[in-house]
Design a protein around this ligand. Sequence first.
Ligand code: TNX
Length: 582
Amino acid sequence: MNLTFAITDANTPPGVAAVSTTPSPGPTAVPVPLSAGEPDAATLARAAEQTAGALLAPAAPHRLTEVVPAPQHVQPDPTADWVLPAEAVIVTSANPAALAVAEQLAQFLRPATGYPLPVTDATTPEPAGGIALVLDESADLGAEGYSADLGAEGYRLDIATDGVRVTAATAAGLFYGAQTLRQLLPAAIESPSPVTERWALPGGTITDAPRFPYRGAMLDVARHFFAVEDVLRVVDHLARYKLNHLHLHLTDDQGWRIAVDSWPKLTTVGGTTEVGGGPGGHYTKADYQRIVSYAAARHITVVPEIDLPGHTNSALVAYPELAPDKTAPPPYTGTEVGFSYVDPADERTYDFVADVLGEVAALTPGPWLHIGGDEAFKVKGEVYTGFVERVQRIVADLGKTVVGWHQLAPAAHLDGRVLQWWGTNGEDPTTVDAVRRGARLIVSPGNHAYLDMKYAPDTPIGHDWAGLIDVRKAYDWDPGTHVAGVPAEAVLGVEAPLWTESVTSLADIELLLLPRLPAIAELGWSTRATHDWADFRDRLAGQGPRWTTAGITFHRAPEIPWPTAPTIPTQRNMPQTDTARS
Ligand code: TNX
């Protein structure tokens, strides 16, 4: 037990306790029920004693390996542990993108530390007792005795007696280095208000780079609509775990969520419904752009999905001319799939598709446009492939790259196209054939990566059509070999979709996202050599106090040894050790 957890639990913002569906059996010396109200006097006394001890004897910093996703190469140097001093400066290369990362890091570190942490730039940034973020395209980023091509997203993190240095060839690399740094600090760093802590970091060097270029999560904002603020918070969760794509499922039978000027009723009519009969909602173009730029600032690319030709009931309600029988269907607020489709035989449908995709493309700086294509059960054979091929060309003419669910596979190949595979058994000759013709794959196996599946039979929300997905099931598979016959080189990456038929609040989203999102993130980022369930489980456990401190809901999965901790109040004016002031 260390001081960190004592402080973090005490700082949980009121009303945002971790969701505990099962009591945690955490292996701690001081068992304290987390949700049983006030701790008793003896427990408090024991905790106070431990806290005092921790203040006198410098607490050991985190281990350098205690990071999710697991870094590629870690070289600890116990002689080089370092404590962030109150007067530390964050210095970075004189480059706007590097300065932006430095400012983000400062903004993240200031609330809990209460330190000013000014940001400056320099031609040759040096830690000088603080933190240096060095943008250097020519840097030799390999650690001693180890050389690595860190690519466009890699970084090197050195923690030494003179401070911290993050070196990367890109701002994205610096950003990921900063995320690692964040996880190496005590969990109390997540506190929104100042706490007394010794901000110790473990000495050594991390050299790190991702396995796959595409690491994503999907949020279905169509079945239930979620406010911009909720989406931004999901972006924050992605950023923590070095995910770099947010796929937004913007349209479905139950609601159309993105404003399209040329077809205004899509939102004014089609956006007013959702599963269960709630009011729905939609993003204005400004809302959407706010999400896009918030994500971009965190090195996350938004992938907008307009699901075609099925999953279109909300569009048909707004514009009956798109319906095969030219009649408006009733609005749909149930959870069935596969019944609706836009008329593939009517030219007006392609005007609609071109207008919608054109406006969405114009709002989207990223390269991708996702055209859905799943579960169009009533559009079969050549009619389906003919429709898809026309839509693929529309996307290409807009200068974007097509992404679609793997049902697109039988359609003709188009340069660069990407299929998102969501099967459940790893066998799919049609997808393998599309890959042979040049398609790349994003893998989202329904029975491993679907975040809307329940963890266990008693999970209060979620589905189970693809089975139950506990944390181990989310972790124990390999995106590089999962689809038989698809070579690892054809795998662009991995994505965890969250469908929201049963998800109605941010707390629901977080309950299903955490702790499985970090498992998928690790599959996307970490080399296979580091894949180890027992080790992952321990590293993941360390994230729990961070989420608790930050007021983030999560599922206290019973297979994870979450630390339990005495909850003691902490005050800003508690005495600091000399080291903490040095
Ligand atoms: C299948 S996965 C769907 C969605 C549902 C989801 C529920 C996919 C491409 N289509 O329409 O929301 O199952 O898990």
